[in-house]
Design a protein around this ligand. Structure first.
Ligand code: SF4
Ligand code: SF4
Length: 379
């Protein structure tokens, strides 16, 4: 009997050896022997049972990691990732947008976009660095003048691709031909709350697109901002999103930048917004790693060609993409939890909270009071 690494699985040499399920977004830790065995199975000839642990083979078959038929998939070279590994790349392909949301952190778009050549070079390097998830963002990414070409590049790469969109430009044709494993829609409330920040008529469209994507078998997640007009709508959103099969629901409070500066009524104070941060389910995208604050494995490339810890740090970029992703990643210093005030004040929630959002926190090492209110540690 020969075994083959299934087409949706890819070996990644991160801090430890792993195999990643691209379709289901699951990462399995492996020991060195298991990694070497699966490496053989990833070759064209597959692998036999010689020298392998039968129990491990049985487990791999039950998880779908191994198949009994050859698969036709291009496997990239495996090169050890840097430490910490760059697992999530947020690619702001354009800052153009078809909406002017009142709480948008970007503000007035400057009509920047990354060229297709720049995007291809970044994706090549991200794959080489053992990247796991590509987050395709904007602005509104579907406003990129060559989105179709970008979309056609995606199947070449062995990582998970997630499209972030407001849904309005997601035509039936695009949905049919989209090479994304997941779509994350922005839904900022039920009809009243969503349209208060995004404009009349936007809610019905985005929710129709959400349902169409689910019907096509695409994984769908939703991101929601807490703002002045959606506070009474969280219970209803929770019920709706669970009922229709949303994979992840991320709830966040906006940082005061961009359009929100001109629309202060949409700002919600930490003591009010904090408790809404307890809504949401599934895995977030900005998590830290053990012992580190948020974004340990994340970097953003902005539409102007500069890269930063995340898109909120666009004013203090690490450098330009001309330097290459690997050099830029080396310039972003991870923040350890023991550097934070949260650590020196012995917060009991530090392992779960990880000091919240560093951009929203008071100073580089201060507390994120929105999170403190979520955990109810300040009254
Ligand atoms: S600073 Fe905030 S937005 Fe940026 S990665 Fe951390 S949690 Fe996410
Ligand atoms: S709850 Fe507050 S003090 Fe505790 S880790 Fe989070 S931000 Fe820091």
């Amino acid at each position: 009997m020969r075994y083959y690494l299934s087409d949706r699985f890819i070996l990644k040499l991160l801090e430890t050896p792993t195999v990643y399920d691209i379709r289901n977004d699951e990462l399995y830790d492996l020991d060195d022997d298991a990694f070497e065995f699966l490496k053989k199975c990833a070759g064209n000839e597959g692998c036999g049972e010689e020298g392998a642990d039968k129990e491990f083979i049985g487990y791999c078959l039950s998880e779908g990691i191994l198949a009994k038929e050859p698969v036709n998939v291009k496997r990239p070279f495996i090169i050890k990732s840097p430490v910490p590994s760059l697992r999530y790349l947020e690619l702001q392909i354009t800052d153009k947008c078809n909406l002017k949301c009142r709480h948008c952190y970007i503000g007035k778009p400057l009509n920047n976009e990354l060229s297709v050549g720049e995007i291809k070079a970044l994706l090549n390097e991200f794959e080489e660095m053992q990247g796991l998830r590509l987050l395709i963002t904007g602005g509104e990414p579907l406003m990129h003048s060559r989105f179709e070409e970008i979309n056609s590049l995606l199947p070449e790469y062995n990582f998970r691709k997630i499209l972030f969109t407001n849904g309005l430009l997601l035509t039936d044709n695009l949905l049919e031909n989209l090479h994304a494993d997941e779509i994350q829609f922005s839904v900022d409330g039920m009809e009243h709350g969503h349209e208060a920040v995004r404009g009349k008529g936007t809610y019905e469209i985005v929710m129709r697109k959400v349902r169409e994507a689910i019907d096509k078998g695409i994984a769908v997640s939703i991101a929601t901002m807490i703002h002045g007009e959606d506070l009474g709508e969280f219970e209803e959103m929770d019920g709706l999103f669970r009922k229709i099969g949303i994979k992840d629901w991320t709830v966040d409070a906006p940082c005061v930048s961009g359009n929100l500066r001109d629309n202060p009524i949409f700002q919600v104070a930490p003591e009010v917004a904090g408790k809404y941060l307890n809504y949401g389910f599934g895995d977030g995208l900005h998590g830290g790693g053990e012992g580190f604050a948020c974004g340990l494995h994340l970097m953003s490339v902005l539409a102007n060609g500069y890269a930063a810890k995340c898109a909120f740090y666009s004013r203090t970029p690490a450098g330009n993409i001309e330097e290459g992703l690997s050099a830029l990643w080396g310039k972003i210093r991870p923040i350890r939890l023991n550097e934070l005030e949260c650590f020196s004040s012995s917060c009991q929630f530090i392992d779960a909270c990880r000091g919240g959002c560093r951009f929203r926190a008071e100073g580089i090492y201060g507390k994120d009071f929105y999170r403190c209110h979520a955990y109810d540690i300040i009254k």
